[in-house]
Write a protein that binds this ligand. Sequence first.
Ligand SMILES: [Mg+2]
Length: 350
Amino acid sequence: MIEDKNQQRTSLSDFGEFKLIDHLTSHFDISHTSTVKGIGDDAAVLDFKDKQIVVTTDFLVEGVHFDLSYMPLKHLGYKAVIVNLSDVFAMNANATQITVSVAVSNRFSLEALEELYAGIETAAKIYNIDVVGGDTTSSTSGLLISVTAIGEVEKEDVVYRNGAKPNDLLVVTGDLGGAYMGLQVLEREKQVFLVNPNSQPDMEPYAYIMERQLKPEARKDIVKLFKDLDVKPTSMIDVSDGLSSEIIHLCKQSNVGCDLYENKIPLDPTVITACEEFNIDSTTVALNGGEDYELLFTISQEDYNKIKANPNFSVIGYMTEPHVGMHLVTRAETKIPLKAQGWNALNNQE
Ligand SMILES: [Mg+2]
């Protein structure tokens, strides 16, 4: 589906290995005063004064985490940064620097890597992040990308997964299930394309969910919003693996139970339409789909008035005493235990 429109093809072996990372990143801007030394020495030097530092890393592997037949390299570079920034924001921290390491096989050209780094640069610009290091090396098969993200936070502002208390409200940002349904559409169109390369599908109705899959955003705005609203969540996590497993992480680490209300789970109308088309239950998609990169958090009930009018937030349940357990309260008002099923269960369902 995605054609390589780059006519020029410079082999990576024609390009000196040491010159490569320099070539790909030398024009990147440095904007944070905490970046004392970026790329160009043996190591970066960072100075955060009296702030606390958060560090997180993620690996993306071709064929496991992404499929280049529908994922443009520029989008992949962008997404590789976003998934890491999301983890920084989930600590209520500001993301400041990243390092990027890439392993590529010889089927990739210099121009392909430039596309990948163009996506990385776009994300760095939009999220105001300095790229301060990285490595490129060869791989015997496929493309691997590892990004490490660094962020800063005042000691009193850090939010962990383990601070939720019984009666705290469970809140999620944005809407859920879009990235998973976007993937379903892309997989379907890939199969259609393999049978008939001349097919011209109308993808417009799926624009939102395809974007959720191909070009997700991380909720930097929410970290600022918490400050503006004077709210500090009692616990927080980002939604990378599906709502259900993230709730279970918060409950287990905080030693609380939870009642999650099915009718409160935020779904975009496009997701509901796509679920009907694919004959998949939309609640199942929200619970197990993953890759939405929204923030899931708990707040004390006293803070409810501060967030209730804000369209970014949906209160989806509340935390309970641990012996009550973790439940989904369905639209029919029956309680069923929450399970972390993840992608595999979804793929196997009838
Ligand atoms: Mg996470």
